[in-house]
Design a protein around this ligand. Structure first.
Ligand code: FAD
Length: 438
């Protein structure tokens, strides 16, 4: 594979963020008459979608307790909705069901959605939630759920298909996407500006700017740029928590049951919304064994060949091995029992589904920042980083915002995710969710 000796814009990583950025940048350059077709180059050490974007469950939701996340997701849903076919987007909606401890968070999220015009409905009270769910799924049987946020927008997309859709849009917009080119470092001038991208195939001189969108490999790029492994964090109260690891890794546990997908349909035969259930009701397997009597949570959606979803992730202790991605993922061996018990706990149609659990590698490793929220920022005068803290398949609109920033614009939506927040204490509020990504 030969690489060009020079490119005005180099984007590293052909996942959802790298491709979305390249596509929107190429379009903007053309619209503003600022360049030629050949101005944007994407490099990937493997192939498009070989990172987290190609294995994501694909859930697209707005349900975030943090205002900045919620507003950014609204813009992202706008992009999904702009071309559902190319993005393999299924606008089936999304339902978050919570235990009493999450009622206040879901209510706050719903109220914000009302304000910003994101279509959703809030149902409170155990009997009311039960009736709402039974209206959709007559065999709904999860008890003790007291809050339900039903988002009428969002849903899910098919992971590799949407990457292919974006890849196709990039090519049509004149972007060059090179596979099998590994970035190994950067050449820089005395003011820290990046002058060249060093790759396994030689150095590419940078005319204007570089964007890195490395997904789980965030830590490697952080190190390449000489940034510290630990940082001090100023909390909103002014206290400083010293030496927090900038990157931690979690194994995301996911799985699938092989059933006729139409088994999972709404009462009127329609496509079901994505379901996310958090509850403190005791969870038992179909043969009566107690799985847990503490707060637990799962999510699931209809897939092409069955029902797919996941549960809370597990922290990776010690060093993480990322390559070959994603086969290094470690999933709790008891995950299939727990996840299938949870499906059956929710709807009687899933009783006995443990026997249909697909034994295959599933899930993947994700990189999380020191506060579990993305960093979208310039890390060098002309190097912009999209480090999404594993929230990001749904964030297809971040590339659109980044493209505008690269061309001198300001993004109100990206501003709350600047790296400086750790120093200034402008952190995002913390929710009561058991997940690191809510
Ligand atoms: C199991 C799982 C389920 C998930 N489910 C969801 C979900 O339902 N909804 C959601 O919103 N998010 C989900 N996520 C998170 C989401 O997948 C990621 O946040 C998102 O895909 C990251 O996109 P990206 O473009 O930054 O990175 P990636 O898709 O990982 O792409 C990074 C690319 O960079 C390339 N690369 C890395 N290092 C180099 C190098 N040195 N040189 C050249 N190329 C390099 C890689 O080959 C890769 O193709 C999930 C994540 C996992 C692991």
């Amino acid at each position: 594979m030969s690489v060009p000796s020079r490119s005005p814009y180099v984007v590293v990583g052909a996942g959802i963020h790298g491709l979305s950025t390249a596509y929107h940048l190429a379009r903007e350059l053309a619209a503003r008459g600022l360049g030629s077709d050949e101005d944007v180059l994407v490099l990937d050490k493997s192939t498009p979608g070989s990172g987290a974007s190609g294995i994501a469950c694909g859930v697209v939701r707005n349900n975030y307790f943090q205002p900045a996340m919620s507003e950014l997701m609204q813009a992202c849903v706008e992009v999904w909705e702009s071309d559902p076919e190319a993005y393999a987007y299924n606008p089936v909606g999304y339902i978050a069901l919570g235990a009493a401890v999450q009622e206040a968070d879901l209510t706050a999220t719903y109220e914000r959605q009302e304000r910003i015009g994101y279509r959703s409905e809030l149902v409170l009270g155990e009997a009311e939630v039960d009736a709402h769910m039974k209206g959709l799924f007559p065999d709904w049987r999860a008890q003790g759920v007291t809050a339900c946020l039903h988002e009428r927008q969002g849903g899910f997309a098919f992971n590799m298909d949407s990457v292919r859709g974006l890849h196709g849009k990039c090519l049509a917009a004149g972007v060059t996407v090179l596979e099998g080119v590994e970035v190994t470092g950067f050449a820089e001038s005395s003011d820290g500006a990046i002058t060249g991208v060093e790759t396994s195939e030689g150095t590419i001189e940078v005319g204007e700017q570089v964007v890195v969108a490395p997904g789980p490999w965030a830590r490697d790029f952080w190190a390449m740029l000489g940034l510290p492994e630990t940082i001090d964090i100023r909390t909103p109260s002014g206290d400083v928590v010293p030496d927090r690891p900038m990157w931690t890794y979690w194994n995301l546990q996911e799985g699938e049951i092989t059933v006729d997908p139409v088994v999972f349909a709404t009462a009127d035969g329609g496509a079901p919304p994505v379901i996310h259930l958090d509850t403190d009701a005791p969870l038992h397997t179909d043969d009566g064994k107690l799985v847990t009597d503490e707060l637990w949570g799962v999510y699931f959606k209809r897939d092409r060949h069955g029902v797919q979803g996941g549960a809370s992730p597990l922290v990776v202790d010690g060093d993480v091995e990322l390559d070959p991605y994603p086969s290094t993922t470690d999933v709790d061996p008891s995950f299939p029992d727990m996840w299938c018990a949870a499906l059956s706990h929710s709807m009687s149609r899933f009783e006995g589904c443990r026997a249909r659990y697909k034994t295959a590698r599933s899930g993947g490793v994700g990189a999380f920042t020191a506060d579990n929220f993305p960093v979208f920022d310039y890390l060098r005068p002309n190097l912009y980083a999209i480090l999404d803290s594993n929230h990001g398949y749904k964030m297809i609109g971040v590339g659109r915002e980044v493209a505008s920033v690269l061309l001198g614009g300001h993004s109100r939506l990206l501003y709350p995710f600047r790296f400086e927040r750790f120093e200034t204490g402008d952190l995002h509020p913390v929710s009561s969710s058991p997940y690191p990504w809510s």
